[in-house]
Every structure is written in C-alpha cells, then in structure tokens.
Design a protein around this ligand. Structure first.
Ligand code: ZN
Length: 204
C-alpha cells in the first residue's frame, strides 16, 4: 500500500498520474508567481523638465534590459558632454517609482553633483549627496504632482522592495525613509532648497 493505493499495476499507474499532475500544478503555480513578479510591464511616464545648475537642459535616454528585475537611473554627461539621465528598465516599475528616479537623478544635475568628482562609494559625502537628491525629488513630487504625498508613499514601497532585493539592511531603507519623510514636511520649495545647496557649495 502506498498513500492508500494498492501496489498493483493499476495502482502504480494511478500514483504516476498523481505525481505528474502534482508536478504540472507546481510548475504552473511557480511560473505564475515568477511571471507576476517579472513580466509585469508598466507604461513609461513622460520625463520631467530638468535643467542643470548651469542652465543646460538635461536629456532623458531610455535603456531597456531584459534581465533587470527593477528600474534604475543614472545621471551623467554623455560622450558629447550633454547632461543626460539614463532610464534603465523603467517598464519594470510603477509610475511613482519612475517619477521618483527621474527627479532624484535630475537633482544630481541641478545641484552640480554630476560635474563634481565622484565621492567614494558609501562615504559620508556620497550619503549626503544621495539624501539631498532624495529630498529634492520629494519636494518636487509634493509640489508638482496631483496627490503628490500618496505618490511619495508609493515610491517608498518600491524603494523598499528594490533595496531589500539588492541585499541592503533594513536600517539603510529606514534612514532613507526618515530623510524623505522629514523633507516632505519642510516648509520650503525645491527651488529654494536647491539654491541653498548651490550657495553652500559656492556655485552661486
Ligand atoms: Zn543618486
């Protein structure tokens, strides 16, 4: 006897059928879960207006990647020195996250980070630049978007997912979240905040 089925030829055939059916169900369940996580595609949002600290218009360039499981952005000058934001796999994230990444990367152009030497990875200076960019993105979404605060909360959920899939500890996300929450409450516009940063850096 095996699972209450007699070990006759008919019994064995029934067991084989059961095993095959179970495997097929397991395969589809796993595939569906994987597909939901990886194949969901989002409409790509229109890039925001972005002008750097020297008054140059920043261009946005779409980069698609089949393998990436989350969206990302990068702010730099291209080979022709044109200020650029590369939008990697934006189709993998909802509107709030795309918007947040665009404005975060734009902030690196607005504050002149892009034209300054790259600080060492995880150095206090780099952390400071990232906090400032998050803050500017938060202020712009709050003031320029309909339901801006709700959009920021949606973006935070996505940032949490991305950071934990990249192996960041909870503490990294929490400090980013608290910086974003503090910025949300600031009684200042993004423009004034940026002016303060540029003055402090003696760019203005
Ligand atoms: Zn950044």
């Amino acid at each position: 006897m095996l699972f209450g089925i007699k070990c006759t030829r008919k019994g064995i055939r029934t067991i084989m059928k059961l095993i095959i059916t179970t495997l097929i169900i397991m395969f589809f369940a796993t595939w569906t879960a994987w597909a939901q996580n990886n194949l969901e595609q989002f409409e790509i949002v229109t890039p925001p207006v972005c002008v750097n600290n020297k008054g140059e218009t920043v261009q946005f360039v779409k980069k698609l990647s089949q393998k990436a499981s989350f969206s990302a952005g990068m702010a730099k000058r291209n080979k022709k020195r044109v200020p650029t934001i590369y939008r990697f796999s934006y189709e993998k994230s909802p509107k709030a996250m795309q918007r947040f990444i665009d404005l975060h990367e734009c902030a690196h152009h607005q504050t002149g980070d892009v034209d300054r030497p790259l600080p060492p990875q995880n150095s206090p200076l780099q952390m400071m630049n990232e906090s400032i960019a998050d803050c500017i993105a938060t202020l712009r979404i709050r003031d320029e978007d309909k339901n801006g605060e709700a959009l920021i909360l949606d973006a935070l959920l996505e940032i949490n997912k991305t950071m934990s899939s990249l192996g960041f500890p909870d503490s990294s996300f929490n400090s980013r979240k608290s910086n974003i929450s503090n910025c949300l409450k600031k009684d200042v516009s993004a423009e004034t905040f940026i002016l303060g940063v540029l003055k402090q850096r003696e760019f203005k």
